[in-house]
Write a new protein. Sequence first.
Length: 239
Amino acid sequence: MEAREYEKLSAVEERMWWFRGLHANLLAAGGGAGVLLDAGCGTGGFLAKLAAQAPAARCFGLDLDAGACALARRKSGRPVAVGSVDALPFADRSCDAIFSADVLCHRGVEPLRALAGFLRCLKPGGVLVLNLPAYRWLFSAHDVAVDNVRRFGRRELASLLAGAGFAGVRARYWNSLLFPLMLLRRKLQRPARGASDVALLPAPVEWFFTFCLALERLIMKTGVPLPFGGSILATAVRP
């Protein structure tokens, strides 16, 4: 991503409704012990929360952008390597869990190569937790601004994971309650040129949107699948 998007991300990722919901979903889906990698950690918001939730775990991050890595180190207090998810600079079977949020969708990332690397670096029984944007037809100016070149379908992502050698694959949509607003924003409203949707909203709107995502998490905990959504949360296991 461009430097300005990393700056926006760093400024709002602890407070913006979207990132608060995303991070909570990732933490609920993944393991909290052993060696934990945030692959594509950006400026470190999720890595900091992961380290806080699992203080005894060995948490570390990786990102392609050296400036983002420096911010992530300061924010999380954990080691962060400069590198690509397409060529993970870590030993085979070294991780108990790998988290990767909205990375396989980026320009310059080869999803199959990245998944092969995740499989290689996970210990047997280790868990992969992915988040990715949903629906190709929802591609918009926001995707261009954050350097996305692809969006995924739920079944497509599950098939990719199974084909890469993972077991216990589970993929589900989320951000469903607010999906109509997202659709209006991305397809009918013309955003500022080159601008992403990464920005804080007025406090009452932030509260309401955060409440909607918290309600969805309660639904997801029951095992009831949400029928659609703006994102896909997937988990899988190295056999």
